[in-house]
Write a protein that binds this ligand. Structure first.
Ligand code: PSU
Ligand code: MN
Length: 302
């Protein structure tokens, strides 16, 4: 049996005609943000991609089908069920497809499915990475990103992580990391981490040329496009750092590990900052959708 890939009619048409398409993930909606903000942001991300001249393709596994492009009722159901929906990384997909179950897709799973559908650009908030401490909790996002011929536009890796180690791991795995209008790794809620990036670009056209060179001339592999949160949406670095320390302490006290850790930390940050972290997450994700659309358009022109 072929991969149970189900493209929405709009996404299928756009892919067949070579029009710009931007993949979006569903874990950010189901596990990363609280109801009902998550549905608002899920819809806004799609609208932002459209405003940039591309077709949005939100990805999730629904009843065992890897859906590329959800209708509004499907998106609303995932948002409303929230953490009750399974969280699937790329490795988990086979089980959901075989059993006919439903799951939100993380960056790794979304990369894998988007690549199978021939989609080359994906927007998210922040990728997973190397967690702090010595639990050896390293997101599969990094490996999946190294394998797939896809450009992931994000505000860097989430600030709850160990960013220096995450940057080293990206290098080891062979992910091309490119700053978009920045020379340093963004820190998700704030524009800068102090970690210098070797490569940066100022224009969607040059970014598209870099992607084409990597995929067409050099055989593939992921590109992590690091797009800092806009200054007017950023949080104060001291405030968010203190909140992260607090949230990490709560996770340690509660013995929260594995897949539950990232959603737990994001929810704690929302509580500690009185919702400010959610507003920042929305701002950075929308900015990523905008840059991803510009890249998808540029890729079709070059
Ligand atoms: N970006 C956000 N919010 C999120 C995520 C990304 O703004 O919740 C999700 C992505 O799906 C990413 C996941 O793959 O967090 C990382 O989870 P983990 O650390 O368990 O690999
Ligand atoms: Mn993990």
């Amino acid at each position: 049996m072929a991969l149970a890939l189900l493209l929405s009619p709009e996404v299928a048409d756009a892919c067949a005609a070579g029009r710009p398409v931007v993949a979006l993930e569903s874990t950010l909606v189901a596990h990363g943000l609280p109801w009902p903000d998550n549905l608002v942001v899920g819809r806004e991300l799609e609208a932002r991609v459209r405003a940039g001249g591309a077709v949005p393709a939100t990805i999730a596994v629904i009843s065992g089908r890897a859906c590329v492009g959800l209708d509004d009722a499907q998106l609303a159901r995932l948002a409303e069920e929230g953490p009750r929906v399974a969280k699937a990384g790329a490795t988990d997909l086979a089980v959901h497809l075989a059993r006919g179950t439903t799951a939100a897709t993380t960056v790794s799973a979304t990369c894998a499915i988007a690549a199978r559908a021939g989609i080359r650009v994906f927007a998210t908030g922040g990728i997973g990475g190397v967690h702090r401490g010595d639990a050896m909790d390293i997101s599969h996002d990094l490996v999946a990103l190294a394998r797939a011929p896809i450009a992931v536009v994000s505000a860097g890796a989430k600030a709850i992580l160990d960013l220096p180690r995450t940057l080293e791991a990206l290098e080891t795995l062979g992910v091309l990391v490119v700053g978009y209008r920045t020379r340093e790794l963004p820190a998700f809620y704030t524009p800068s981490s102090g970690l210098a990036l070797e490569h940066h670009t100022e224009t969607p056209a040059e970014l598209a040329a870099i992607c084409h060179a990597r995929w067409d001339d050099l055989g593939g592999g992921g590109v992590l496009v690091c797009n800092p949160i806009p200054a007017d949406g950023a949080l104060d670095a001291h405030v968010i750092d203190a909140a992260i320390t607090d949230a990490l302490g709560r996770a340690a006290a509660g013995g929260v590990l594995g897949k539950r850790l990232t959603p737990f930390l994001l929810a704690q940050l929302a509580a500690i900052t009185g919702g400010a972290s959610i507003r920042a997450n929305r701002a950075l994700a929308l900015h990523d959708a905008e840059v991803a659309a510009a890249l998808a358009v540029a890729l079709t022109k070059s």
